[in-house]
Design a protein around this ligand. Structure first.
Ligand SMILES: Nc1ncnc2c1ncn2[C@@H]1O[C@H](COP(=O)(O)OP(=O)(O)OP(=O)(O)O)[C@@H](O)[C@H]1O
Length: 293
């Protein structure tokens, strides 16, 4: 090999190497990386995939696409994204979580950043609960430390021991960090058969009344999965939080959306419906539903 062409080849190799180091995206083309930023395609791909593959679940489609896209596009989320899918067996809960995982990580459920737990498989023995708690917490901590945008899927939540559920709860809250780790960019998906009969009852009633399944609204089902049974139309403080959050996101305050978000919150006491039971907490995630951030 002539020295000149060797020099060129070396220079080429060197620049390719620097390119590789200075362009993480190129590096991530060859090997799987923790998601740093949502690609513009993520939301569109998710929508496309759900439209193509998921049938009879118009509400799920809408909520999931809005929630996931809004969350991924928010560079400073105040809490992790928590999705809870309820329903009868075989209605697509696992299927949807797989599609969500694939929209974020190409490897989907096989990705190093996607973790799936099945209660009866991974946490079968009641007497081992404290051991499971430690294991689960350190698994979550370790993986979120390694990749903030980790996804955790919990199947068979209705069969999970209450104590174990409690051990996951701190990770879902609004803490800026816990022991130096921030969980705010993580995604938790919970799957459960609880409420399935009630959901089916509502759908059946709809059908018996000659209404189209597609006309079922989220609010028709909220009561049965007890999301927002007790609405308070005069929730002025909650509305103030919504307005502030809209302004901080650079939107013109739309009073219609402010009212809708406030209406979706739950209030106590049951009769008087005076206080929002989560204060302003869930306002931020609810807003994602109304905006393509
Ligand atoms: N709504 C749907 N649209 C299209 N395919 C579906 C739907 N629901 C289920 N399927 C198909 O059936 C398979 C089994 O469904 P899936 O495992 O998602 O059900 P599940 O709701 O998680 O049930 P389980 O509560 O028993 O875990 C899916 O892999 C998918 O191929």
């Amino acid at each position: 090999v002539e020295p000149f062409s060797l020099g060129l080849a070396l220079a080429g190799a060197a620049s390719a190497l620097t390119g590789l180091i200075s362009y993480p995206r190129l590096y991530c083309y060859f090997t799987e990386c923790c998601l740093q930023r949502a690609g513009a395609r993520t939301g569109a791909a998710l929508q496309e995939d759900l439209d193509k593959k998921l049938f009879g679940q118009h509400l799920v489609k809408k909520v999931i696409v809005k929630a996931v896209t809004g969350f991924l596009n928010n560079s400073n989320p105040k809490k992790p994204l928590t999705l809870s899918l309820h329903g009868w067996t075989g209605t697509g809960k696992n299927f949807v979580s797989k599609i969500v995982a694939e929209s974020i990580y190409e490897g989907g459920l096989n990705s190093n950043y996607v973790h799936q737990f099945v209660s009866t498989l991974h946490f079968p023995h009641k007497h081992n609960i404290s051991h499971y708690k430690d294991q689960l917490q350190s698994w979550i901590r370790g993986n979120v430390s390694a990749c903030a945008r980790s996804i955790f899927i919990f199947d068979e939540m209705d069969k999970m021991h209450a104590g174990l559920i409690d051990s996951v709860k701190p990770f879902l809250d609004y803490y800026e960090q816990i022991d130096g780790v921030s969980y705010r960019k993580a995604i938790f998906i919970f799957l459960s058969n609880a409420g399935a009969e009630k959901i089916t009852e509502v759908a059946l009633d709809f059908w018996r009344n000659g209404k189209k399944r597609e006309d079922l609204q989220l609010r028709d089902l909220e009561a049965v999965v007890s999301v927002s049974v007790f609405n308070n139309k005069n929730s002025e403080h909650v509305k103030m939080c919504v307005r502030v959050e809209l302004e901080s996101r650079g939107y013109i305050v739309d009073e219609d959306i402010v009212t809708r978000v406030a209406d979706e919150m739950t209030y106590f006491p049951k009769e008087e419906r005076i206080y929002s039971d989560k204060g302003c907490k869930t306002v931020y995630t609810k807003l994602d539903f109304y905006y393509d951030l």
